[in-house]
Write a protein that binds this ligand. Structure first.
Ligand code: AR6
Length: 172
């Protein structure tokens, strides 16, 4: 799989699926979640509600992923995942890695070959950005998948520069 790093608003990316850093409720929120629901329209929310009723009555668990339509987005699908809230006293890296792994597994199930990922947990959930980037890139590198291209999308210039640096340090 080719791994790319880009700066911008993930809702504009013309890929098969974009990944959403959602929460357990799947009913929207702030950050990238809010942007995706705003740009994608109410079809996404309708499918999220259906998933809650049929499959996740108590919410989408941390580290798991589920797909809906992309609604009005250029991407055909949104793969919703729930990152862990960062905690100083507990290492939740396995849960963060699981987000990337399960998103790739869902992409394989729905046949999405080109994906765009936000930097999961690195906003409202406060994960330190350099470590969030390292976890994202190494998990994408190490997970077997039929996905051909994964783009890590950084919203602001400083985080994009940091991602380029971390990628170079990892030899990517
Ligand atoms: N495109 C790309 N990246 C974005 C965009 C965008 N349009 N908007 C924000 N980011 P966050 P989390 C970046 O907070 O930390 C929501 O309320 C942002 O700069 O969206 O996993 C959910 O409902 C940051 O680097 O997700 C949950 O309650 C990254 O996306 C909670 O936030 C992730 O920030 C999830 O928190």
């Amino acid at each position: 799989m080719r791994i790319e790093i880009a700066q911008g608003d993930i809702t504009t990316f013309e890929v098969d699926a974009i990944v959403n850093a959602a929460n357990h409720s799947m009913l929207g929120g702030g950050g990238v979640d809010g942007a995706i629901h705003r740009a994608g329209g109410k079809q996404i929310l309708a499918e999220c509600r259906r998933l809650r009723e049929d499959t996740y009555p108590t919410g989408l668990p941390t580290g798991e992923s589920a797909a809906t339509t992309g609604g009005d987005l250029p991407a055909a699908h949104v793969i919703h995942t729930v990152g862990p809230v960062w905690a100083k006293t507990k290492d939740k890296s396995d849960e963060l890695r699981s987000c990337y792994r399960t998103a790739l597994a869902v992409a394989d199930e729905i046949g999405a070959r080109r994906l765009a990922f936000p930097l999961i947990s690195a906003g409202l959930y406060k994960w330190p950005k350099d470590d969030a980037i390292r976890v994202a890139l190494t998990t994408l590198r190490d997970t077997p998948t039929q996905v051909e291209q994964a783009t890590l999308v950084l919203f602001d210039g400083a985080t994009y520069d940091l991602a380029r640096q971390v990628a170079a340090d990892l030899g990517l």
